[in-house]
Design a binder for this molecule. Structure first.
Ligand code: PGD
Length: 762
């Protein structure tokens, strides 16, 4: 394959790649105005140190057989041949189904895996497990689990997430962007399924050149590009709800709100008004009241309310904010604020959830989806909220609340994980490690020796996308991208499809799983079936061969002028929202009827666990923000060039304000011990006034390294060694890992070497 660059794609962009005389090359797609810096991580896909080269079985499991075992995570591995490994997995699937039923298999297997739509990890594992009778699934995502439960109850659907007003409309019409949680261009480097044009930075500059103004509401100044000249308002982390309620109060107080809109288009404004006025609790939600929590000067809050009421204002609500304790409230309060401004459904006004959070949010949606592998149907009804995995493993049978239901955790015996890294994405990793000690068997497919692979009993080596054929894209990226094979499989790695095919043969369901097709035949079949639907709808695209050769095909019919809720605004009687009232629910009778103290019937300020003590006080005086990283996607290719260049003495960088650094006698380049009530980690100091005083920032994704527990829970800098495993609320039961209270001290001891980037094979 030497010499030629071929089209390929991943979540961080479209590119051509291949072996050349100078090594493996990756070249961004021509025409991409702002290619992702993450592309420089891609060649590390072949790094021998971290690749799983053949199947392995954990020594303890091989010697003692299935059963709970606290040695997961510290044990060594024995190399085995493919046939032996597949026989072991097939035999264990048979045993668990026979003895405990299919619901004892957890196939929730959350994760961002591959951009390919055929060798898409979730689709493959779900299709396979459905073929053998089903599995316990997971509900919702780590990205926006609180929103996925709240939005359907408040606005009737996930439209603010899936199809907010399109970027071109914002570029032309919005006069004021008020960005809660920012519009972080670092996150818009990445788009699920692949993206061939990174335009968010350019679109925002276009709006700015037209005269739009920006207000950033975030503890991090660089949550928005400096060239947008944003006013920076930095609330105490986790207090945006209080600030939003104060903005609502100011609109009420100064009679700047749209009284007609809240009467005609909203349900329950009277109840919200009474709460804002403090009728029940005696505390009007004034700017002064909010300042006690969020630290924002009351005059600034009131001035912002006036500015919002007198401009065409788009309120952008980042996903990160709802990834926190009581995360439902911040989203609901943001919607209430937009409703009181009365601009919902107008071009450039209203609100959207997730602008800037990926490359695709806010892009016009194509009328048709992209070809996808059918997953079949699941005969098992059982599910857990995705972020409750540790609770489920540790407490089978325990009752819990979730979105109005009273459920009990199932008794999970076999965990099957592919395409995700829970030892990256989950909170309180020490607790997760204990939880992974509970099931009888853990099976993982992984290209790399991640901490999740190191907690498995059977590790099956998967190819990366580079080593196989596929296509990527999504209805919002606007393109279907050919993903040619650009490298040979490393070691004995196999495609997830090939692994499941071999298992399906052993279990007697090969015909059902494969339908007799090879990978290329599947690609051709899925594409041509999709093309048939497009042609029938008068939206023709070229045939598979032409697409494969060209490397891409544009998806026709995209509504670049889409304005969310325009129809509803124009005629709420004939275009009601699918809520019980048909309107925006500022008060939800359904949510109130659940009786949750941690999620009442209207947007409410609820003190988060991070404010049990005032900022600056107690054993953990600093707020740590565990946000998504700029140098990699989640934990993927953490050992790649861009990510490696960001590290300090091999540790993940932690940013701290000069004032807080001085108070602790810290300098740039020091290694620090970061401690919370839940764990500790090492990290490398960056001193920066882009973080607000009292705040430190440590991104997610450094590979979890618990190899020196006497020094720290993680010696590399994974913030989920620090975060508590708490849910947003009884309603969402979603990930709340964004914020934790910590203290930071210089680490002067001997620096333990990283073990994360090595194999656990001895
Ligand atoms: P990734 O690192 O993308 O993280 O969590 P997620 O588990 O998605 O993991 C993907 C894994 O799939 C990698 O290990 C990769 O090697 C593997 N993989 C890639 N391709 C393939 C393939 O083809 N086959 C197989 N078998 N494996 C493959 C992300 C999650 O983390 C998300 S979405 C969010 S938004 C959350 N964010 C936060 C946060 O803000 N703060 C905290 N504290 N925690 C978070 N966790 C969440």
């Amino acid at each position: 394959m030497t010499g030629s660059l071929r089209p390929h794609a991943s979540h961080w962009g479209a590119y051509t790649a291949g072996d050349t005389a100078e090594g493996f090359r990756v070249v961004a797609a021509p025409g991409d105005p702002d290619p992702a810096t993450l592309l420089a991580n891609v060649p590390a896909s072949f790094d021998e140190r971290v690749r799983v080269r053949q199947p392995y079985v954990r020594r303890g499991w091989l010697e003692r057989g299935p059963g709970p075992d606290d040695a997961r995570g510290t044990d060594t591995y024995v190399p085995v041949g493919w046939d032996e490994a597949l026989d072991l997995v097939a035999g264990e699937l048979e045993r668990v189904r026979r003895e405990h039923g299919n619901e004892a298999i957890f196939g929730g297997s959350y994760g961002w895996g591959s951009a390919g739509r055929f060798n898409h990890a979730q689709s493959q594992v779900h299709r396979f497990l459905n073929t053998i009778g089903g599995y316990t699934r997971s509900a919702h995502t780590y990205s926006h689990g609180a929103a996925e439960v709240l939005l359907p109850r408040v606005v009737g659907s996930l439209e603010p997430l899936d199809a907010p007003t399109a970027w071109p409309v914002l570029e032309r019409h919005t006069e004021l962007f008020v960005c809660f949680g920012g519009l972080p261009v670092k996150n818009s480097q990445v788009g699920s399924g692949g993206v061939d044009r990174h335009h968010v930075g350019g679109t925002l500059r276009g709006a700015r050149e037209r005269g739009a103004e920006f207000v950033l509401v975030s503890p991090l100044r660089d949550d928005i590009s400096a060239d947008l000249g944003a006013q920076w308002i930095a609330p105490v982390p986790g207090t945006d709800t209080a600030l939003m309620l104060a903005l609502c109060h100011a609109l009420l107080d100064e009679e700047l709100y749209d009284a007609a809109f809240v009467m005609s288009h909203c349900e329950g404004f009277e109840k919200l008004r009474a709460y804002l006025a403090g009728e029940a609790d005696g505390e009007p939600k004034t700017a002064e009241w909010a300042a006690r929590w969020c630290g924002v000067d009351p005059a600034t809050t009131r001035a912002l309310a006036r500015q919002m009421a007198t401009h065409r204002t788009m309120i952008t609500l980042s996903w990160s904010m709802q990834r926190s304790h009581h995360g439902e409230q911040v989203l609901w309060a943001g919607i209430a604020l937009a409703a009181m401004l009365g601009q919902i459904g107008l071009p450039g006004g209203g609100f959207g959830h997730g602008y800037g959070c990926t490359a695709n949010i806010g892009n016009a949606r194509a009328a048709h989806g992209v070809p996808l592998l059918p997953q079949g149907s699941n005969d098992v009804d059982e599910l857990i909220p995705v972020a409750r995995i540790a609770d489920a493993l540790l407490h089978p049978g325990r009752a819990y609340d979730f979105d109005g239901q009273r459920r009990a955790y199932p008794d999970l015996r076999l965990v099957y994980w592919i395409g995700g890294n829970p030892f990256h994405h989950h909170q309180d990793l020490r607790r997760l490690s204990r939880a992974f000690g509970r099931p009888d068997t853990v099976v993982v497919h992984e290209p790399f020796w991640t901490a999740t692979a190191r907690h498995a009993d059977i590790v099956l080596p998967a190819t990366t996308t580079l080593e196989r054929e596929d296509f990527g894209g999504s209805p919002v990226s606007g393109t279907l991208l050919a993903m040619h094979q650009v490298a040979r499989p490393v070691g004995e790695a196999r495609d997830d499809y090939a692994i499941f095919t071999a298992l399906a043969q052993r279990l007697g369901v090969a015909d059902d799983f494969t339908e007799g097709r090879t990978t290329r035949e599947w690609l051709d079949h899925l594409y041509e079936a999709w093309r048939g639907v497009m042609a029938a709808d008068d939206a023709p695209v070229e045939d598979f061969e032409a697409f494969w050769k060209a490397g891409r095909v544009s998806l026709p019919r995209r509504d670049h002028d889409h304005v969310m809720y325009a129809d509803f605004r124009a005629d709420p009687e004939h275009h009601p929202l699918p809520t019980p009232s048909g309107r925006i629910e500022l008060y939800s009778g359904q949510i109130a009827s659940f009786g949750y103290d941690d999620c009442p019937g209207h947007p409410t300020w609820l003190v988060p666990h991070t404010l049990a003590e005032p900022p600056g006080a107690g054993e953990y005086p600093l707020h740590l923000l565990a946000n998504n990283p700029a140098a990699r996607l989640h934990s993927q290719l953490d050992h790649g060039a861009t990510s490696a260049a960001s590290k300090i003495q091999d540790r993940e960088p932690i940013r701290i304000h000069p004032r807080d650094a001085r108070a602790r006698e810290l300098s740039a380049g020091d290694v620090v011990l970061v401690r919370s009530a839940y764990g500790s980690c090492l990290a490398g100091v960056v001193v920066s006034d882009a973080v607000h005083p009292g705040v430190v920032q440590l991104s997610t994704g450094a590979w979890f390294d618990p190899s020196a527990p006497d020094v720290a829970t993680c010696i590399h800098g994974n913030p989920n060694a620090l975060t508590p495993d708490l849910a947003t609320s009884s309603l969402g039961q979603a990930c709340a890992g964004q914020i934790v209270r910590v203290e930071v001290t210089r680490y002067d001891g001997e620096l333990p070497p990283l073990v994360a980037y090595s194999t656990p094979v001895r």
